[in-house]
Design a protein around this ligand. Structure first.
Ligand code: BGC
Length: 382
């Protein structure tokens, strides 16, 4: 599909859209249809492309490999742009050693205990890639697949449709899963993700995106002074392998209380047993709004120095807040600086980890004839 497409979509398709007030500052509309370039070649000869698009002050670069957000630039309060998503400059680094930087995650975001579950009486063994557990879809999840990419402009929106079909049995999952993910930039610069999937056999699915945020700019240091708000009164505690115990624990009086804006670093060293297990925050917050028909605002991240803010709205019931605990100074990021622990954080909208083994959690089962649908919207301000 991708190969048959024109590389440049006619003109600046969304140009001419009126300037938009955002964060008190008028931003000129900058809608520019997706532009394709070669990013690299995989060992098997498959070409990987990078698509660049911009709209409403947001500039996005996406790879056909993993649907990876390779760069996401937004302005600060002075209008200065920075790439606020951690990543790499070269394809080889994504292939060799990426901790899911910017990637689409499937078939199952986060962990499934021992990589096992039973559905309709049949036991399935998944690819195990995180100790004894299966993480983010197994050894070769959706983050390591080449997606078909179809650019579009629709009114003042610009975006990409990404397609991947996961065959029956891939990574141990039942059913052929046909997946479509749409990345849209609207004239306000919001980045929206719409996911759909269908299957021909009963299966489980939990798709998300694994962008690592640093609103001061990737490679600029710690995110511990970023202020975070999460509209959640409970979270799902885990065992030592980061598998939920099944309990929904209250956040009140614990370091996990982000119901009011709080610097990420304020309580990160509080010594709560759950933080010790996870080396920081790496948990699923149970969003107070629950599953909703349309995206509802659930989290705000703000960098006080640059003034950049990110607001997340989702229809999902959970949010994995991961404070970059396993970044250990061994990876060199896009702009040539090393990433150390806490140099970026993830806010992954999702169903709860290990749901296939937790009957009390919202179901992640998808059956033939049903369509899995979920949407998450990222709104930027300054
Ligand atoms: C998980 C972390 C994991 C990271 C991948 C997060 O979603 O919760 O435990 O290390 O992804 O690097």
């Amino acid at each position: 599909m991708e190969l048959n497409r024109r590389t440049v979509i006619a003109g600046a398709a969304a140009a001419g859209v009126a300037a938009t007030a955002l964060g008190g500052t008028a931003r000129a509309a900058t809608g520019r249809g997706p532009v394709k370039e070669l990013f690299g070649t995989l060992a098997d000869g498959t070409k990987v492309h990078r698509w660049s698009l911009q709209n409403g002050g947001t500039r996005l670069k996406v790879l056909s490999y993993g649907g990876i957000v390779q760069s996401l630039e937004i302005p600060d309060k002075h209008g200065r742009y920075a790439n606020v998503s951690a990543g790499f400059a070269a394809l080889e680094d994504y292939v060799a050693s990426s901790p899911y930087f910017g990637a689409l995650i499937g078939r199952y975001g986060n962990r499934i205990g021992k990589g096992r579950f039973t559905l309709d009486g049949t036991a399935y063994q998944l690819s195990v890639n995180d100790g004894e557990n299966s993480l983010h879809g197994g050894a070769k999840g959706f983050d390591k697949r080449v997606w078909d990419v179809e650019p579009f402009t629709h009114g003042s929106d610009v975006g990409l449709h990404l397609y991947y079909t996961s065959v029956d049995g891939e990574m141990g999952y039942p059913g052929t899963l046909r997946t479509k993910v749409t990345y849209t930039l609207n004239r306000h610069g919001d980045w929206r993700i719409d996911y759909t999937a269908t299957t021909d056999r009963a299966t489980v699915v939990n798709l998300t995106n694994h962008t690592y945020w640093n609103l001061a700019g990737e490679g600029s240091g710690s995110i511990e002074d970023h202020e975070l708000t999460i509209a959640a009164s409970r979270f799902t505690p885990t065992d030592a392998g980061l598998i939920p115990t099944g309990e929904l624990a209250g956040v009140a009086g614990t370091p996990f209380d982000f119901r009011r804006a709080k610097p990420v670093g304020r309580d990160i060293r509080a010594g709560h047993e759950q933080q010790v297990l996870a080396k920081g925050f790496d948990h699923n917050w149970v969003l107070d709004k629950g599953v909703t028909a349309t995206p509802v605002h659930v989290a705000t991240l703000r960098d006080p120095r640059s003034g950049r803010t990110l607001r997340i709205a989702t229809d999902q019931p959970g949010l994995q807040f991961y404070s970059g605990n396993f970044l250990d100074g061994t990876l060199t990021g896009t702009s040539g600086r090393t990433y150390r622990q806490g140099d970026a954080l993830c806010l992954e909208t999702q169903h709860f980890p290990d749901s296939p083994n937790q009957p009390s959690f919202p179901s992640t089962v998808l059956r033939p004839g049903q369509t899995y649908r979920t949407s998450t919207v990222h709104t930027f301000g300054r």
